[in-house]
Design a protein around this ligand. Sequence first.
Ligand code: HEC
Length: 248
Amino acid sequence: MKRTVKTLVAASIVASAAAGAGAYFGLVNVGADDPHLPAVHTFLAMARDRSIEVRARDIEVPNLNDEALIRAGAGNYNSMCIGCHLAPGTAETELSQSLYPAPPNLTKVGVDGSPATAFWIIKHGIKATGMPAWGKSMGDPYIWGMVAFLQQLPTLDAEKYQALVTTSGGHQHGGGETDMHNHEGQHGSDKSAGAGHDDAAGEDHHAGEVAGASHHDSGQAPDEPEPESKPAAKTHTHADGKEHVHGG
Ligand code: HEC
């Protein structure tokens, strides 16, 4: 018995040393265009699922059928999530196609698992996947709004989706919202594939903006950074119908 234990310990030391040496000499390809081996993928998926299940166990789920909560979630989802997780009727984006692991298409999946695990994932993010920890900038009630909205999402067509977003009050989470004026990765919602980045010529995202957004005056370089301090409470509607409220 003692002998077996010794052999096992020695074998595992050799195995970890080999793994360490392999990693040190650069054998592991961390490129996002090189999928994991099936065994590694299975192990990581198990670790991820168990990690989340254990941590989400004691989370209390509020009433997710509340209409106002669902509506608020729609505005935030549309502002922050569709570049990776898509919206009804939109094409794949550069982000959704190129991230590894790929962001699930939430218009099909909705809440996969329990509302508590979805809440945990949105709040804490998932390390080294591209899924951000939104709890760093959003309070719990706003995160629950997105969970409530996600439960409805697979049942919405493009029209119903847009109606909810338009009546939602846009991007709001009690202050600290940042602009996503350029909608990185969110182009192409109604453009055919291959239209590329022809935004300057093809479409004017900022044509419909209202007063208070003067830094978008035409002629400005499209990649000019936003000013650090912003005027209080400004709303602007983009030409594509997306509306953001800031500072509220
Ligand atoms: C930069 C891309 C990106 C953005 C933006 C993003 N996510 Fe994710 N999200 C991911 C990726 C990638 C995964 C998959 C991670 C994995 O496979 O472990 C994911 C996973 C999820 C999951 C788990 C889905 C499942 O079926 O397991 C939920 C829920 C989710 N995201 C919600 C959101 C919400 C809500 C927002 C907006 C507030 C958002 N995400 C914004 C990349 C993103």
